[in-house]
Every structure is written in structure tokens, then in C-alpha cells.
Design a protein around this ligand. Structure first.
Ligand code: KIV
Length: 289
């Protein structure tokens, strides 16, 4: 594959690049990816960061929640993404029960994302209750992105995939959690499905960048689940998603066209086939006699 001149000049995005973007008031872009081809396309679009989200459980593996996703699933998909993306900051999402049971396990599992998965950083959900794990992971030299608001791994505790931070008490707790994550050394925090004015307030008070999803334009950056943005996942689309394509419909059309052409013997046409030199064919027939 040839590398374009602009690709040669491009620099790898780091946690410091994100901090610089916040300082300069430049919005940060992040998207999820779970496979090589998507990671390559996102990287070519010069998106700052790729999250290998545990959302893969829902949009790729077909689970109802992210809870069944394992470390094995995550490492497998991280490796594919790392093979496709050279420039974006790669963040691996720590799955349910990979960091909650003990600090030791949290550090070892976080390390696997870098050593085996080819990631640059990890993300984990939760506030002050996660500080021991976050501090230990960061002490091991691994950058951590926090995740507050709607934290899908706590779906049952939250009573469903519901917006968070809508009361004064909940908003105060969120701010205290965000300040604690910043104090522990997180390089950024994802804010999911919280009121836009609360997200803006938080983003203005924090020194580290906030990345919003369903949290309004006042965040320092935005992340979307790529399958939602592409219209690939049509089981359920959150209100905050903007569909930039309708690939599910396009796929359905392409599959129907393929079926019709195969059934009508239109595909494969001559140009899709491989020819054998005439003399070889003659010799082959001759030898059969
Ligand atoms: O798993 C994921 O894709 C995420 C994003 C929604 C932030 O955590």
C-alpha cells in the first residue's frame, strides 16, 4: 500500500495531543471500531482517537447489554483495530468484571490491552469507587480515560439505559466524581447521556478533555458508536445519534441484488472468471482420451 505525502507528515495522536486540542479550543473527534477495515477508514479520515468499545457486545456480537463481553473478546478486536490504525490514539474499553473485583486484576487486565491488544490507553467506567484501580493502573504507566454519566456496565443498577445527572444531587455527585478522576490522573473523561448544560459546566471546570456522547456540544470532543453513525445497527438508535449513512438499508439492497443475479445466472459474468490458455485446455482434453 502506498503512503500519501500527508500520511508521511501525520503524527501519531497521543494523550498530550488531546490536552493540546482542549487548550487550543479545538474539538476532539473519537469513534468506535472493532475491526481492521473500519479502523483503517477511520484513521484515513484523521479522527483523533479510536475506542475499541465494549459496545461491540451489542453492535457486533448481538448481546442485549455489554455485560457478557470478555477480555478475550476485547483483546481479539483490539488486535484487529491496531493492525488498521497507525495514527489515532487507541483506547481499549475494559469489560465488565475485568477491573471491579481487585486492583491487581485491574492492573493486569489493563496491561494486556497494551501488551497484547496494541492499545495506547484504557477506558473504564465509574467514579470515586474506582479510584484505587485507576491510580494503580496509572502507576503502572498506563493512561486511563474515565467514563461517567450513563455507564452501561451498571445498566441493572441504573434501572436501564437512562439519562443521568438530571437532579441537583446527581449533578453534584457527577462533578465530584469527575474532579476525583482528574485528581487521580485520568487523561480524559467520557460523559455519556447527561444534560448538555451540566456537561458544558463540567468541561469548563476540568483541565482534562471531556468527550461527550449524548452530552451536547459543550464537551471538548465527541464520540459515537460507529455502527450507529453508519446506520448499521438498526435494533435501537439512541436519540442523540446522528446517522450519517444508512448502510443497513444499503447492505440489504446489495444482498438482494446479489441473490437475484446469482439466481438468474447473471453473476459471475465472464469478467469475474479466470481463463485457461486454449492449448492447455486442448492438451487437458487430449489426455483424457
Ligand atoms: O463501549 C462504547 O462504545 C463506549 C462509548 C459509548 C463511549 O463506551
Amino acid at each position: 500500500m502506498s503512503i500519501s505525502p500527508s500520511a508521511q507528515e501525520r503524527k501519531k495522536v497521543t494523550t498530550l495531543s488531546l490536552a493540546r486540542k482542549k487548550a487550543q479550543g479545538q474539538p476532539i473527534t473519537m469513534l468506535t471500531a472493532y475491526d481492521y477495515a473500519t479502523a483503517l477508514a477511520i484513521d484515513r479520515a484523521e479522527i483523533d482517537s479510536i475506542l475499541v468499545g465494549d459496545s461491540l457486545g451489542m453492535v457486533v456480537l448481538g448481546y442485549e447489554t455489554t455485560l457478557p463481553v470478555t477480555m478475550k473478546d476485547m483483546i481479539h478486536h483490539c488486535q484487529a483495530v491496531a493492525r488498521g490504525a497507525r495514527f489515532a490514539l487507541l483506547v481499549g474499553d475494559m469489560p465488565f468484571m475485568s477491573y471491579q473485583a481487585s486492583v491487581d486484576e485491574a492492573v493486569r487486565n489493563a496491561g494486556r490491552f497494551l501488551q497484547e491488544g496494541g492499545m495506547d490507553a484504557v477506558k473504564l467506567e465509574g467514579g470515586r469507587e474506582r479510584l484505587p484501580a485507576i491510580e494503580a493502573i496509572i502507576s503502572a504507566g498506563i493512561p486511563v480515560q474515565g467514563h461517567l454519566g450513563l455507564t452501561p456496565q451498571s445498566v441493572h443498577l441504573l434501572g436501564g439505559f437512562r439519562a443521568q445527572g438530571k437532579t441537583a444531587t446527581a449533578a453534584r455527585k457527577l462533578i465530584e466524581d469527575a474532579l476525583a478522576l482528574q485528581g487521580a490522573g485520568c487523561f480524559s473523561i467520557v460523559l455519556e447521556t447527561i444534560p448538555a448544560r451540566l456537561a458544558r459546566f463540567l468541561s469548563e471546570r476540568l483541565e482534562i478533555p471531556t468527550i461527550g456522547i449524548g452530552a451536547g456540544v459543550g464537551c471538548d470532543g465527541q464520540v459515537l458508536v460507529t455502527h450507529d453513525l453508519l446506520g448499521l445497527f438498526d435494533r435501537f438508535t439512541p436519540r442523540f445519534v446522528k446517522k450519517y449513512a444508512d448502510l443497513h438499508a444499503e447492505m440489504a439492497q446489495a444482498f438482494a441484488a446479489y441473490k437475484a443475479e446469482v439466481e438468474a445466472s447473471i453473476f459471475p459474468a465472464e469478467e469475474h472468471g479466470i481463463e485457461m490458455p486454449e492449448e492447455e485446455w486442448e492438451e487437458f482434453l487430449e489426455e483424457l482420451k
